[in-house]
Structure formats: C-alpha cells, structure tokens
Write a protein that binds this ligand. Structure first.
Ligand code: HEM
Length: 484
C-alpha cells in the first residue's frame, strides 16, 4: 500500500514539476519586478528539487497528527510561510487575518485553484471555476435559492422522510455503519434540492455514476483508458446525459406552466440565462453536487463520533431535543424548519463538530497579480492556501483546541452563522458556502430524530484526514430503539 502511494506521489510530483517548469521563466520575471516593493515573500523552504515538501505534507496528512506539517513550519517561520507542494510554489497561511483578505478577494486578485485532476473533471462554466462578476451573480442566485424560507420549509419534510426511512431500516440491524447510513439520507435530499428527482431508477443511476465520477477527483492527471481519471470522465458523460434530459424536460414544462421554482435547476433555467449558457446548466448542477455530497454526511457521522466520546454533551443534547419532541406531540403539530434551528445547544454541537472535524481543511487560490497582505508578498502565478484547520486548532484562537467542547460556543461571540475570522468551516467572503444554512438544517433534523429515537454504542474507530476526512472503519455503531 505504502509502495503504491509512494509511486503515486512520485508521478504527481513529476507531472507537477513538468507543468511548473513550463511556467518557470515567467514566474521568476514577475518576482524580479516585485522586488521594488517593500513586501517580501514569506520565509519558508522550497524543499527538495522537483518534489518540494510534498512528501512531508502528504505523510503528515496520513498520520495521527495531520497538523504536524503546519505546526512545524509555524514554529520555524510564523503563521505565513512559503513552501512547494504538488509541483507548485505556494504560500500557506494559518493567519486568520490574512485568510480573511484572501477570502474577501477585493480587487479580484485571486482565482480558485484546483489540482489538475479536478480541473479536468470540472466544466468550463462551473461555479467552482468562475470568477469576477459572473461568479458574483451566480453565487448570489444559488445562495438566495438555498437560503430561502420556502425551500427550507419544503426540504424539511423531505429530510424528515429520508431520516425516517433510514432509521426504520435499522430496526432489523444491530450494527450499522454511520458513514454509509448518513450518505443514504443525504444523497436523495441533495438530488431533490438540485434537480427535483424523486426516489426511483433515476436516483439510483445518479448515485451509482456520481460515486464513480468523484473517485477521480484526487487522482493522477492521466486520461488514458483504464486510468481512474478516464473512468471518472466516462461516468460524468453518463451523468450528463441523464441530467441534460431532465434540463430539457423542465424547460418544456416551464414554457407551458408557471409556478414556484422548486429546485436549483429550475432557478438557473429561469434566472441565470445571462450568465450560464443553456447547455452548461446540467454540468453546473452535477458540479454543485461535489461540495455537498460528502461533507454533510461526514458532519453527521463526526457529530455522532464526538458525542459518543462525550456523554455529558450527549445528555444535554438529548434533553433539549426531547423537550421539543414532547412539546410537538402535546400540541399535535408538525415540525417547522425554525423549530429545528432554534435549539441552541444543538447548534453549538454542530459548530463544535465543524470546528474540530475540519471537513474542508483549506481552500486553494492562485494569484493573478502580485498581491501584498500584511507585509507579505504573494507573487503573481503562485498558489495561496488558506489553511482553516490550523486556525481552528490554534491555542491563540480557542482554549484547549483539541477538546470537543460545545459549551465554548455559549460565550464566544459570532457563533453559528456569523462570519468570524477564526471560524471558517464554510469558507468566507466571495465564495462563502451557499449550502451553509441548508447543511445545518439537515444535520439538526438528523440529530433530533436520532438522539430521541435511539441509544447507541460506538465501536472503536479513528479519523483519517487525507485526502479527505473519513472514519477508518466507517464508524460502526450498535443501535437500540428507545421507547418515548
Ligand atoms: C458540512 C457541509 C459543508 C461544508 C463544510 C462546506 C464547505 C464549503 C467551503 C469551505 C466552501 C468554499 C470553497 C472555496 O472558497 O473555494 C464551499 C463552497 C461551496 N459549497 Fe459548500 N459546504 C458544505 C455543504 C454544501 C452543500 C450541502 C452544498 C449544496 C447544496 C454546497 C454547495 C457549495 C457550492 C456551490 C460552493 C461554491 C461556492 C462558490 O464558489 O461560489 N455546500 N463549501
């Protein structure tokens, strides 16, 4: 396994080196021009020729101390340092103020940067690759749609339905794998929100092909038959065939009928015509599944993991949610989305899980001009990594950062939705996650029904942080229904 990994890393690095060498000349010229400025490229090391510091970076991601790479450099150079990762010269920031400026991106000095395999799998007009004015408009449309009270009211029923189906199926099982079960809950909800697809053949097809498609996101950038990237591109083609058919059907329906916009696809069809060409709508919808597909089930899974290890927090969470359940039963009322979101301790558990789990550990950008932040120079063409995990786990920002402590949010200003420089699990600024409120709602509904309907005992498991956050054994738990 380690040998295969080593080979993979080597090939990534050599590909990166080749890519880099093509651009070397122009990069050096820009740095020279910038020497007139008083700002300096941050201190740091470019590591070994060609491979830079990539091996250390990846090895620490796989270890039980995934922040050790960052911690070591912070102690040597400070919170902003230069490095050379995955074939690119890069400035890494674990300074919340610098990160804020990068995320706000006034003057549009940065564009999103993704590894080569991801770029290959994204369409040209994907929101994840857009920048400037067009991005601002499309981001606003999607954010407005996902945040709307109408959507939240409708989707609450759908989430309750999916949670109910999943939990019903556990009655005959003793051992369940939380990481898998939560995916079964969230995938149908995501597909309903994005393109209005109900359970059935299309949903099963989307699940299968999307699973195949995302496997290639972190892979070698080689498109030959048999390679991972090739298989993923093939899966994307199949996905697009189905999704484009749905786009056509919706367009025809919308030409003859008027009514509320029911999903993100309908919203793009009715409002985004000036920014996204008609034949790219399907592709955009497929790509919007990427940030939502794994992150929400991982947030649910990790909340269960941390609660299993912290009985006091679990007890308080249960009490808060049982009170709501009893009240609703007594009044004979359905739940409103606002009921779920109004439980303060539940929101604190979610915030604390987001902080400590670091599901999206960083965002990557590329400078399209020389940029100066806090006296540091980020030269044109260099990558910039705003590394959130280290900010979330820094003693300067949080007392006992490695302790799961939902109570810390009772006193800390700016908790829950407020943008705060030291708490950026959903990013911030121009590209703040438009699925933020929707994700919190989904997790709140899941936690409510789970902790008030089941007792459980979690088996031993550990968190792996690289390339994405996962449970090593998918978090096996033994569940017992409780009588309420
Ligand atoms: C726990 C759940 C989630 C987390 C932690 C999360 C985190 C993030 C982060 C950090 C970004 C910023 C990326 C950047 O700046 O480059 C982002 C962007 C985005 N997220 Fe989420 N996300 C979550 C759920 C969702 C869901 C459920 C959806 C869709 C329904 C979604 C849709 C998006 C989109 C479309 C973007 C791109 C925004 C843009 O570039 O303008 N996310 N997310």
């Amino acid at each position: 396994m380690d040998f295969v990994l080593g080979i993979l890393v080597l090939v990534v690095v050599i590909t990166g080196w080749w890519y880099c060498n093509r651009r070397k000349k122009s990069l050096y010229m820009v740095i020279k021009t910038s020497s007139e400025s008083s700002s300096k490229i941050p201190k740091g090391s470019s590591g070994w020729p060609f491979i830079g510091e990539t091996l250390h970076f990846i090895a620490s991601g796989y270890s039980s101390q995934p922040l050790s790479f960052m911690d070591k450099r912070k102690s040597l150079y400070g919170k902003v340092f230069k490095s050379h990762l995955l074939g690119l010269p890069i400035i890494v920031s674990i300074d919340p103020e610098v990160n804020k400026v990068v995320l706000q991106n006034h003057g549009n000095s940065f564009i999103p940067y993704y590894p080569k395999s991801i770029q290959e799998l994204f369409g040209k007009s994907s929101i994840l690759q857009m920048s400037g004015n067009v991005h601002k408009k499309v981001h606003g449309l999607i954010g407005g749609f996902l945040k709307s009270p109408q959507l939240k009211a409708r989707i609450t029923k759908e989430i309750e339905r999916c949670v109910g189906i999943s939990m019903e199926s556990w009655r005959d099982k003793e051992l369940i794998y939380m990481q898998e079960e939560t995916k079964d809950i969230t995938f149908p909800v995501l597909v309903k929100v994005l393109m209005g697809v109900d359970p059935g053949e299309d949903l099963e097809f989307l699940k299968r092909e999307f699973g195949e498609f995302i496997k290639g996101l972190v892979s070698l950038p080689i498109k030959l038959p048999g390679t991972r990237l090739y298989k993923s591109l093939k899966a994307k083609k199949k996905l697009l065939k189905l999704v484009n058919r749905i786009v056509e059907e919706k367009k025809l329906k919308m030409e003859v009928m008027t009514g509320d916009v029911m999903d993100a696809m309908e919203m793009l069809l009715s409002d985004a015509g000036d920014y996204i060409p008609f034949d790219s709508i399907g592709e955009n919808i497929v790509e919007m599944m990427i940030p939502g597909e794994e992150s929400v089930p991982m947030l649910m899974t990790l909340a269960i993991k941390y609660l299993s290890d912290c009985p006091l927090a679990l007890q308080q969470l249960k009490e808060e949610n049982m009170d709501l359940k009893t009240q609703k039963r007594h009044l004979g009322e359905d739940y409103l989305w606002t009921d779920y979101m109004s439980l303060p301790f539940t929101q604190n558990v979610i915030s604390e899980t987001l902080r400590i789990a670091n599901i999206i550990n960083a965002v990557w950008r590329k400078a399209i001009k020389d940029v100066e932040i806090k006296g540091y120079l980020i030269p044109k063409g260099w990558c910039m990594q705003a590394y959130f995990s280290s900010v979330h786990m820094d003693e300067d920002n949080y007392e006992n950062p490695y302790q799961f402590d939902p109570w810390r949010w009772q006193t800390k200003a700016g908790h829950v939705n407020n943008y705060n420089t030291c708490f950026t699990p959903f990013g911030g600024g121009q590209r703040l996650c438009p699925g933020l409120e929707f994700s919190r709602l989904e997790v709140s509904i899941f936690l409510h029904h789970f902790v008030t309907s089941y007792r459980w005992v979690a088996e031993e498991d550990s968190i792996v942080s690289f390339p994405t956050v996962k449970m090593k054994r998918k978090l096996p738990i033994r569940v017992t229904p409780v009588k309420t």
